[in-house]
Design a binder for this molecule. Structure first.
Ligand SMILES: [Mn+2]
Length: 444
């Protein structure tokens, strides 16, 4: 199926019976200062540079309105590229300073709760519902997002930007981890790149580049209250290195993968902390393998660690590895995401994603949970037979923050009409079968 031309890309609310027409994209510049019909004023950057909760909520309502009432290519009229630049620059600075492994501390009088969210994949309206249902971030509510903000859904940019707004507004109340879709490879195949180019036109390349730069800064994993490990894919390997014989002299110092260590072993949090995460695409070969593992791995019911051959990157890990990891670090839970109903359909031995979460491993020290927060996913599906999956988020409460309370929710209906930004009939269900040849080669 050919990618639809932007001129055909005019959404309208399905149940909207009003006669309001979307503004023409050929408006003259004189119209630009004046919102069409009853539309909101264009978003402006706060004069003092301080993003407040009310600014973040205004941004949400403007983007929600725009997603229902205007063609995607009119978005810059309501979210000027200058405002995008300020928001992404401010967020990128914050995110790049964060460590690979975030410590989400809940001590010192914090009596609120921690909300953990899985994949959202550009389903803006469901994310807005999630905030309304769980409550917005604030003094008594911390959010940890497990990545995959963009791709597949039609509003990846809007979704990512509202999360960045909350991050900038409350940096120690909102934590955004990286998903495998926050990469150059995935966004070029699953729609986000085309989405941005469609929405921002001649500024599109600039906007896309800034988003990729921000993705590179996203941290990899978190430990909540010293009890719960979260990451998009999950566990990761140790990268055993031995100095070569020539390394005694300072010249020609080389590090080699120890050829005797061909069996995989679980990596440590120290190794995770030292990994180099600022890569557009996590490499699947070479020495910097931990980011790819954390973002792409999946649990298995078979013991041990093995290469994730279905995906072509990352690992499969068994219940014994979950136990080893939890016990070593005195944790009770692993909450990972990364597998929706389409991926789970092809994974015999593991539960389906109908309810938005699964409990995959139950071991002596605790549990491994998969959490998926995009209901009725994917937004665009080749077959009429949709998964109609529910989604879920997890609330962790004091005093221990290690007993998950699951909140299941359904998709916001009707979902505004939109055209896809990727060939969803050709790009099949799941993001397995990674096309390694198309990926940027691993940096040396
Ligand atoms: Mn994923």
């Amino acid at each position: 199926m050919a990618y639809p031309s932007p001129s055909s890309n005019t959404p309208s609310d399905v149940d909207d019976n009003s006669s309001v027409m979307p503004p023409s994209s050929s408006s003259t510049s004189a119209d630009l200062d004046r919102p069409p019909d009853d539309g909101p004023a264009p978003v402006s950057w706060p004069e003092d540079g301080l993003v407040t909760p009310s600014w973040a909520r205004d941004l949400i309502s403007t983007l929600d309105w725009a997603s229902r009432r205007i063609p995607p290519s009119d978005l810059p009229r309501f979210l000027p590229v200058e405002v995008f630049d300020r928001l992404v620059l401010t967020a990128s600075k914050l995110l790049h300073k964060e460590p690979n492994l975030l410590r989400v501390e809940v001590g010192e009088g914090f009596s609120g709760e921690v909300v953990v969210v899985g994949d959202v994949h550009g389903q803006l309206h469901d994310v807005i519902f999630l905030f309304e249902d769980a409550g917005f971030p604030g003094d008594d509510r911390i959010f940890v997002f497990n990545g995959d903000y963009v791709d597949r859904g039609a509003w990846g940019l809007e979704t990512f930007l509202i999360l960045l707004a909350w991050k900038v507004c409350l940096p120690d109340r909102v934590y955004l981890l990286r998903g495998n879709h926050e990469s150059k490879y995935c966004t070029s195949v699953y729609g986000f790149e085309k989405e941005v180019l469609t929405k921002y036109g001649d500024k599109g390349k600039h906007v896309y580049r800034k988003c990729l730069g921000c993705f590179e800064g996203l941290p990899l994993a978190s430990i909540i209250a010293g009890r719960v490990y979260t990451a998009h894919g999950g566990l990761f390997r140790s990268i055993p290195v031995t100095p070569s014989k020539r390394s005694k002299g300072k010249k020609n110092r080389r590090i080699h993968l120890n050829p005797e260590v061909s069996t995989l072993s679980l990596g440590s949090l120290e190794e995770l902390s030292k990994a180099r995460r600022s890569v557009l695409d996590p490499p699947w070969e070479g020495l910097n393998l931990i980011p790819g593992d954390v973002l792409w791995s999946d649990p298995s019911m078979n013991p041990g660690l093995s290469p994730n051959t279905e995906r072509g990157i990352g690992l499969l890990w068994g219940p014994d590895c979950t136990e080893e990891f939890l016990k070593k670090y005195q944790l009770k839970l692993i909450i990972r995401s990364h597998e929706g109903p389409d991926a789970r359909e092809k994974r015999p031995g593991l539960s389906g994603m109908d309810e938005g979460y699964t409990i995959d491993h139950v071991v002596e020290s605790g549990k491994l949970i998969t959490l998926f927060s995009a209901p009725d996913y994917p937004q665009f599906q080749a077959t009429g037979d949709r998964y109609r999956n529910k989604a879920a988020y997890i609330v962790l409460k004091p005093p221990d923050f290690d007993t998950p309370v699951f909140h299941t929710f359904v998709a916001v209906v009707p979902r505004p009409k939109a055209n896809p930004y990727y060939d969803f009939e050709y790009v099949i269900d799941s993001d397995e079968e990674l096309d390694l040849a198309a990926m940027v080669p691993a940096a040396p």
